[in-house]
Design a protein around this ligand. Structure first.
Ligand SMILES: Cc1cc2nc3c(=O)[nH]c(=O)nc-3n(C[C@H](O)[C@H](O)[C@H](O)COP(=O)(O)OP(=O)(O)OC[C@H]3O[C@@H](n4cnc5c(N)ncnc54)[C@H](O)[C@@H]3O)c2cc1C
Length: 637
């Protein structure tokens, strides 16, 4: 299989404009003849459904939750980037592009990242028009703050609830189309499989959570906007229902899965505090604008923070990276926190935490100013830990947060299955081996509001798509197989709960394919995952029945997929014999312990093809060419 990214010709700045002109357009009167299925109602799915319906297509939208408003995007806190340069610090589309390419450690496509930067400003204008209440300066201009890996303030925000406000904007736009009859909503539905007819994605099979019924839906194209798979690690900052099932099942139907080992570990999360915890909480990166990260200079120093004098504190990020200081990118900040804790300088009961201290900022700016910026985050921290960040530094530790890997897509966001488009966190995205903060919301909304409305038209207008309904044998066969798989799970009646298996898988991935990896740990992980998967299919217990509201059954299906996908994730890490961004293989580091890339052998997107059950997946490589930036050793010093 040859991977054709379909990157348009012309100069970087002209590619998107030229492509939009060259793409075929569906006549307005013909748009209503096309049915589009959208899986997911986060920022990517919600914005896509709203825009496509606004254009006149018939859209059916599916989500797991009882309402689209509960998609995981609602949890996003810190902000969304755009190259508006309101702060006059020298920002530009070119700088946002460069920061993103460098932040991703040169493992993303130039053309896609440039388009993302070009689109960023329109996203902000569009969201303001939808009524998103971004923070403003006194004079009315939208306010900005900084995020990691950049030296300008370009992050637009709505306190610590940016995702919520953006999602309400996209949701309102979508609901307008529900009222107009062009969007039909299907909440509490989980996509169990993709239906492919003659090589084209023509529909999906979903399970209705309330009745347990399997339903088939046919369309002319399918958009997967199902979010990221960070929950493979069990403990993560993701919403509990975030999963890999929709994308993994599409992978098994022929869509290639790209860079599955690229998992973002966010440096500032509330540390794990018990074995029975099922969720981790993020403390937004925005806090690193004013917060200083430190540990006691002497290993084993157990004094409370206020008793440790300045001279005995190690502000290790500020010392090691004077240019970027506390705002180094996430992969760098996370690894450094681990290094400090491994050296015995970690704080808190477990020793697996570092301080994020806003005391200097409170002294400098006053409590009222800090409260205005971060008040809701402080409240959340206090509610969970019982400690007020106004009085003592927060304790934080890295946690799984985002996945740069996902289904491979070309410049049109189409996967290797014709008619299957993948948007938002579910695709392998524009973020290479490490996403910069506040860029996921930008990408999800770019995909949904500004890219798919053009590229889907090009596909629909330029491709013969014969009439196919749900009575087609492919639908009936997919329903049969989905039902058989559910009944097989229910028939096991073993002794271990679904969560127990999931927790063990998470620990394997975290310990062997987490912040750092080494070759022997990776090989062990593959063996451990295989054994665990075998045991799952013999010993899992799932109470309840098929035709019921059955959350254990729902989770079992997702964990079964994580158990297969986990092996793919680790396999990808084994093949990538270099360190880049989040993928830090201990064998490849510079003298000062930074990730050491191998551009000669690994400057490619690794796209994996499913070869059949119990067969090794096949690796395909999309070479990455850089014509507009030079590949350098990433430095934030
Ligand atoms: C705590 C937290 C804070 C964050 N803060 C920021 C931030 O400040 N700025 C930033 O840029 N990024 C942030 N991110 C990342 C960002 O929130 C996500 O990357 C982004 O919201 C993903 O949007 P999405 O539309 O791709 O997917 P999601 O919002 O995850 O939506 C997925 C949708 O797919 C549906 N779905 C999933 N599987 C199925 C299935 N099988 N069948 C049917 N439906 C399915 C779900 O129901 C849901 O509707 C944060 C992430 C976390 C965890």
């Amino acid at each position: 299989m040859r991977l054709d990214a379909k990157i348009p010709g012309g100069s970087l700045a002209e590619k998107w404009d030229r492509h939009r002109f060259e793409l075929k357009i569906v006549n307005p009167a013909n748009k209503r003849k096309f049915d589009i299925l959208v899986v997911g109602t986060g920022l990517a799915g919600g914005s896509a459904a709203a825009s496509l319906a606004e254009l006149g297509y018939n859209v059916k939208v599916f989500c797991i939750q009882d309402t689209p408003r509960r998609a995981h995007s609602i949890a996003a806190q810190g902000g969304i980037n755009a190259a508006k340069n309101y702060t006059n610090e020298g920002d530009s589309i070119r700088r946002l592009f460069y920061d993103t390419i460098k932040g991703g450690d040169f493992r993303s496509r130039e053309a896609n990242v440039y388009r993302l930067a070009q689109t960023s400003n329109a996203i902000i204008d569009h969201c303001v028009a939808l009524g998103v209440p971004f923070a403003r300066e006194y004079g009315g201009l939208l306010a900005n703050r900084s995020f990691g890996g950049t030296q300008v303030s370009r992050t637009f925000y709505a306190r610590g609830q940016t995702g919520q406000q953006l999602l309400l904007g996209a949701y309102s736009a979508m609901m307008r189309q529900v009222a107009a009859g062009r969007v039909t909503l299907f909440p509490r539905r989980e996509m169990l499989d993709l239906v492919v007819v003659n090589g084209q994605a023509r529909g999906i099979v979903v399970r209705n959570f309330i009745t347990g019924d399997l339903e088939a839906h046919a369309g002319h194209a399918v958009l997967l906007c199902a979010g990221g798979y960070g929950n493979a690690f069990f403990l993560s900052t993701n919403a509990m229902s975030s999963n890999v099932s929709a994308t993994f099942r599409a992978y098994k139907k022929g869509a290639l899965f790209a860079n599955p080992c690229f998992t973002q570990i966010h440096p500032t999360c509330i540390p794990v505090h018990g074995t029975y915890q099922s969720k981790l909480t993020l403390m937004s990166e925005s806090l690193r604008n004013d917060g200083r990260v430190w540990v006691p200079r002497n290993p084993g120093d157990r004094r409370p923070p206020h008793q440790i004098p300045e001279s005995e504190r190690d502000y290790y990020l500020e010392e090691k990276y004077p240019s970027f200081g506390n705002l180094v990118p996430r992969d760098v900040a996370s690894r450094n926190a681990k290094v400090q804790c491994d050296a015995g300088k970690g704080v808190g009961e477990t020793g697996l935490a570092v301080y994020l201290d806003l005391q200097d900022a409170i002294k400098r700016d006053g409590k009222a100013v800090i409260e205005k910026k971060y008040g809701n985050l402080f409240k959340m921290y206090e509610k969970i830990t019982g400690q007020s960040p106004y009085e003592a530094p927060m304790m934080i530790y890295p946690a799984v947060h985002y996945t740069m890997g996902g289904l491979w897509v070309d410049y049109n966001l189409m996967s290797t299955i014709d008619g299957l488009f993948v948007l938002g966190e579910a695709n392998f995205s524009d973020h290479g081996a490490n996403r910069l903060g506040a860029s996921a919301l930008m990408q999800g909304l770019a995909d949904g509001f500004f890219i798919i409305p053009y590229t889907i038209g090009g596909y629909l207008a330029g491709t013969p798509i014969p009439a196919v309904g749900t009575s087609h044998p492919a639908f009936q066969e997919t329903i049969r197989l989905a039902g058989a798989s559910i009944r097989k799970l229910l028939s096991i009646k073993g002794k271990r709960t679904v969560d127990d298996f999931h927790r063990e898988l998470g620990l394997i991935l975290w310990n062997h394919c987490g912040m750092t990896r080494n070759n022997s740990g990776l090989s062990q992980a593959i063996e451990m995952i295989r054994k665990l998967r075998e045991e799952f299919w013999e010993n899992v217990t799932i109470p309840g029945s098929e035709k019921d509201f059955n959350q254990s059954l729902e989770r079992a299906g997702r964990v079964a997929d994580f158990l297969e996908f986990g092996e793919l994730l680790v396999t990808d890490a084994v093949y990538r014999q270099e360190s880049c961004g989040c993928h830090f293989n201990e064998a490849y580091q510079t003298e000062d312990n930074e990730a050491k890339r191998n551009d000669k052998d690994f400057c490619y997107v690794a796209a994996w093809e499913f070869a059949g059950d119990n067969k090794p997946p096949v690796l395909h490589k999309e070479p990455l060419t850089f014509e507009n930036v030079s590949l350098t050793q990433r430095s934030y010093k």
